[in-house]
Design a protein around this ligand. Structure first.
Ligand code: NAP
Length: 287
């Protein structure tokens, strides 16, 4: 769609940035809603991040997304940061306010929550303990979302115990206990679980499979994989065969883009089957 001199501009900063799916996501919505706007890839090296972010108001940008390696470093450059980004220690969205200030937020938490709400509407935090596999960046957003949803106990299983301990120390609250378990016990901790979330890269294209015996997991438990290439991971296929409600990772990726788009372009966008199809086509054969 052609843009005019009054177009609203946003983009994504990364280094490199060429792998990012965000231009395709926001480009779809700009066309869908007929908006006079553009969303552009911005290749910004780490040593120029502050300069680039501070230039956003001067250039008239409405804001931007941030991808690797800028998600942590950008926190220190913001004028204001939302509580999720602060507790997780990473942010992915910048909004330039009308007075030229930079507001940082983490919309992966929103993305996980909205995807769960859409694909497993019957799930409740009271269903039982959550089991989370992995303690990386994705796990932090997932656990923040589970805590915000009111889950009382989170069983965290990770290959490197020190990463899991650090995460538990950063995110546990008086209302939500996070217990840390060795990777070898990943099958046993499924007993009585209300939701299982894989946040490791295992099962992703070109990565080893996730080796997990699901027998101890109740058949009512929701099984979520935040890996989205492939869409149907080995974990989801196995869970579906035994009747567990399943949630794939693509929706988290799509929903996390909604708050930024709404703030920059003034329309609250929707995640539709047509959007899922368009994004799946861009993911085919990639990781
Ligand atoms: N759907 C979405 O919107 C969304 C959002 C974020 C991430 N993701 C996906 O989630 C996955 C993880 O991303 P991330 O950013 O969290 O990565 P990350 O920060 O690098 O964390 C990777 C996690 O996987 C674990 N892991 C890696 N190899 C393993 C192995 N061989 N055995 C056991 N554990 C292993 C790591 O354990 P150690 O701590 O022991 O290294 C760590 O817990 C990726 O596939 C990513 O695409 C999806």
């Amino acid at each position: 769609m052609p843009i005019t001199g009054a177009a609203r501009i946003a983009g994504i900063m990364g280094w490199p940035v060429s792998h990012s799916r965000s231009p395709a996501l926001h480009g779809f919505w700009l066309a869908e809603y007929g908006i006079d706007g553009a969303y552009v890839p911005l290749a910004v090296p780490p040593d120029r991040l502050e300069q680039a972010l501070r230039a956003l108001p001067a250039l008239g940008f409405r804001g931007c997304n941030l991808t690797i390696p800028h998600k942590q470093a950008a926190l220190k450059i913001m004028d204001r940061v939302d509580p999720f980004a602060r507790s997780i220690g990473a942010m992915n969205t910048v909004v330039v306010t009308p007075d030229g200030e930079l507001e940082g937020s983490n919309t992966d938490v929103f993305g996980f929550r909205e995807n769960l709400r859409e694909q497993a509407p019957a799930w409740r935090a009271s269903a039982g303990p959550a089991v989370v596999l992995g303690a990386g960046g994705g796990a932090r957003a997932v656990i923040a979302a589970l805590i915000a949803a009111g889950v009382g106990e989170i069983r965290l299983v990770n290959r490197s115990p020190d990463h899991a301990e650090a995460l538990a120390g950063d995110l546990a609250t008086p209302e939500t206990r996070i217990t840390v378990h060795p990777w070898q016990q990943r099958a046993e901790v499924l007993a009585g679980g209300g939701i299982l979330v894989n946040t490791t890269s295992l099962g992703m294209d070109k990565e080893p499979p996730l080796d997990l015996d699901l027998r101890a997991l109740p058949e009512s438990a929701v099984v979520v994989d935040i890996v989205y290439v492939p869409l149907e991971t080995g974990l989801l296929a196995a869970a579906r065969r035994r009747g567990n409600p399943c949630v794939d990772g693509l929706g988290m990726l799509l929903h996390q883009g909604r708050p930024g788009f709404a703030a920059w372009f003034g329309v609250a966008p929707e995640v539709t089957p047509a959007l899922r199809q368009a994004m799946l086509a861009t993911l085919a054969g990639s990781r």
